[in-house]
Write a protein that binds this ligand. Sequence first.
Ligand SMILES: Nc1nc2c(ncn2[C@@H]2O[C@H](COP(=O)(O)OP(=O)(O)OP(=O)(O)O)[C@@H](O)[C@H]2O)c(=O)[nH]1
Ligand SMILES: [Mg+2]
Length: 440
Amino acid sequence: MFESLTDKLNSVFSKLKSRGKLSEKDIKSGLREIRLALLEADVNYKIVKDFIKSVEIKSLGERVQKSLTPGQQIVKIVNEELVQLMTCDVEEKPLPKNRTSKLLIVGLQGSGKTTACGKLALHYKKNGYEPILVAADVYRPAAIKQLEMLGKSIDIPVYTEDTTKVTRIAKGALKYAAKEFRNLVIFDTAGRLHVDEKMMEEVEDLAKVISPDQILYVADAMTGQDAVNSAKEFNERLDLTGIILTKLDGDARGGAALSVRAVTGKPISFVSVGEKLSDLEAFHPDRIASRILGMGDMLTLIEKAEAVFEEDEAEKLQKKLQKNLFTLDDFLDQLRKMQNMGPMDEILKMLPGSNSKLMKNIKVDENEIKHIEAIILAMTLKEREHPDIINGSRRHRIAQGSGTSLQRVNQLLKQFDQMKKMMKRFSKGHFDMGKQMFPM
Ligand SMILES: Nc1nc2c(ncn2[C@@H]2O[C@H](COP(=O)(O)OP(=O)(O)OP(=O)(O)O)[C@@H](O)[C@H]2O)c(=O)[nH]1
Ligand SMILES: [Mg+2]
C-alpha cells in the first residue's frame, strides 16, 4: 500500500532531516520535491497546489517547536496536512439497530461492489447486526450467483427475484427483511457509467424507493484520478454519504485516497485491502497518513489482532507459560490466528519503520507456516504436549511423516523452545524490545 509515495516522501524527508538548520531555500526545494511526489502519486493537481501552499506557510511561519529539528518539524506539518486532507467535517452516524437500515452500494464496473457488499455484511454481522444482501444487479446471472455464493460463505441470506425491475426487487427485499426481523439491508447494484443516462435513472429510482441510510460509492483506488472524477459525477446525481476505496493493497501511489474526500466533500467510510471478506478496514485519516509517511499503523494492527485472538486468551496463554504447559498445539493455533490477520507482508508494513532497508529485506514465506503445520500434525498428541520426549528416532519418523526433513524438524523444535523462553521472559516483564524483536 502506497509504497512508491512513501519511498519518495521519505527520501525528501531524510534530506531535510540530515541538516541542522534549514534555510528558506532548503525548505522551498524540499517542498518542490514533495509536490512532485504527490503529482506522481496521481493526486489531483489543485489539491497538491493547496496542500503545498499550506505546508509552506506553516513551515516558514514562526511557530517552531524547540524539541523538534526543522526537518522533523516539516514532517510533522506534512503529517497534519495529510490528516486534514482526508478528514471530513461531517460526522458519520452509526446505523441504528432498532429498525431496518438500508445501504445502497454503487459504482463503476469491476470496482469491487459485490465483494464490498459481502465485506460490509460480515463487518456488520460481527458488530451485532442482522444483515441481508439484495441482488439488484439483474443483467448478469453470474452477478447474482456471485452474491449468493458470498452470502452462503458467511451465512447471510441473499434476496433475489426473477425480474429485471430493480425497484420491484427492492420492495420485495424490504418486505422480506421486515418479516424476518432483519435490521440491515445491503443492496448490490450493477456497475454503471455516469454517462449512461438510462442506468443512472435506474439507480436514482432505486434510491427513491428504498430511501437508503447510506449510499456508498465503491471506487477502485488503483484507477487514481479516474476513480475520483467518477465519484464526483455520481455524487452529483445521488448525494453519496460515503466512499469505499477498494484494492488499496495494490495501490502503490495513493492518489485516490488522498484526493477523493477533498474533491467530493464526502468521507471515505471504509477501505478494502484484499480479496478476502475480512479484508475491510474502517477508514482513519490519521492512521492512513501515518502509513503514507512510513510510520506504521499500530492501532489497526492491534485491532486486527483483537479480532482474531479471544479476549481472555492472552491471560490463558500466560498461565500456560508460567506452568510450562504451552504446547506445540498452542503454538500452531497462534500461528494460524496470525495468518488470519492477513498476508504477513501486509502486517509487517503496519509496523513503524517498515520502509527501512532492514524491514524491506525481510521476506515472509507463507509456505513456511505450511511446513510447520505439517511437522506438528505428524507428531503424536503426547509429543505435541511434551516435546522433550522427541528423541532422534522420533525426529526421523516426524520428518518422514510430514514430508519435510530432519533439519526442519530440528529447527522447529529449537524455535519452539526459544519462543517459549522468550514469551516467559515477556510475561514476567523482563522484555527487552531491542534485542528480542525477531526471536525466530
Ligand atoms: N486485491 C483486491 N482485489 C479486490 C478488492 N476488492 C475487490 N477485488 C477483486 O476485484 C474483482 C471485482 O470485484 P467485484 O466485487 O466482482 O466487482 P463489482 O464492482 O461487483 O463488479 P461488477 O459487478 O462487474 O460491476 C474481483 O476479482 C475481486 O476479488 C480488494 O480490495 N483488493
Ligand atoms: Mg458486482
